[in-house]
Design a protein around this ligand. Sequence first.
Ligand SMILES: C[S@@+](CC[C@H](N)C(=O)[O-])C[C@H]1O[C@@H](n2cnc3c(N)ncnc32)[C@H](O)[C@@H]1O
Length: 333
Amino acid sequence: MKNNPLPRLDASEELRQRILPLCRLQRGQTWVDPLGRHKVACMDAGDADSVLELMDGEKASLAIHDPPYNLVAFEERELGEYIRWCKQWVSNTIVILRPDSSFYVWLGADQRNGFQPLPDFMVMMRQAPLRPRSFITMRNQRGYGTQKNWMAVRQELLYYVKGEPVFNVEAEYTDIPKILRGYYKEVGGKVTENGERGKSENIRAGNVWVDIQQVFYRMEENVSGCYAQKPLKSIERIVRASSTKSDLVVDFFAHSGTTLLAAELNERRCFTADVDPVFCEITIRRLEHFRATGRLGWQNGHPFEMELPEFEAEAAVDSVDAPFEPQLQATMF
Ligand SMILES: C[S@@+](CC[C@H](N)C(=O)[O-])C[C@H]1O[C@@H](n2cnc3c(N)ncnc32)[C@H](O)[C@@H]1O
């Protein structure tokens, strides 16, 4: 049974060679949305000139970056070199942010290798002209490692600000009902329980997000072949909390195009990029597919199904015994 019809696209050189001729962008080229809202560039996020060219004088209100995490599975490089590279794309981003703007970065801690690179990145960021605002943990629904270790189910998200950007508290409520009871206070002579006084029946997201399902093949938003796709709900939460309608959002590590889609869904503009033409093409196709069908991804299909029909999904068996295939990134933290 093939639940994800395409193998990991970074790991299958033969498939990459077949997909490359289907890609509209080569390094140095930019796709401009015919509806005039978004752009997708094929570029190295660490290259200052490419970033300025993509922005073409515009400034962004929000950056959401999800770089490769310097793990063995993603071609680990020497830590100092990795952090120097991070410093470059962080600097390139700060230059193109508005005076009041937000900066989010997803990063991991490799528990088999000194928890790098998360703490090293945080220390490097102390030199940046940004203020730290929060350290968010997203809990994956599933993970591996219960035999000899605590199950690895966390993904880390750092939140910094430049100036005094917007933060929309209303966007912050989760769909989790309040369950904790027992804090009482007298209000106007009446003893009330804290649940009664709260503004909402639901809890706020806070900085531990436990209400977001990791992407897997059964979800409509799944993009087969992408190995590090973030859940749309997590990116939409950031977009709604830290920007307003028609603001410009940037993401220089597009991959499956989640930030671009979140921007489209929430009436923001997005300039995004990836160094790999294959992921640039997937990002563009994901937006086009959404505009044509209203679908968020390719559950049981894939972005190249017209040209490569032999990679077809077989019907997924709807059974609790069906193998679960989380994205690789989910197994790392
Ligand atoms: C962790 S994935 C991003 C996942 C994305 N948030 C999503 O939801 O699909 C990292 C991406 O960064 C890209 N990348 C790696 N090095 C890059 C660089 N120097 N400049 C731009 N993109 C790069 C990779 O090709 C990969 O697609």
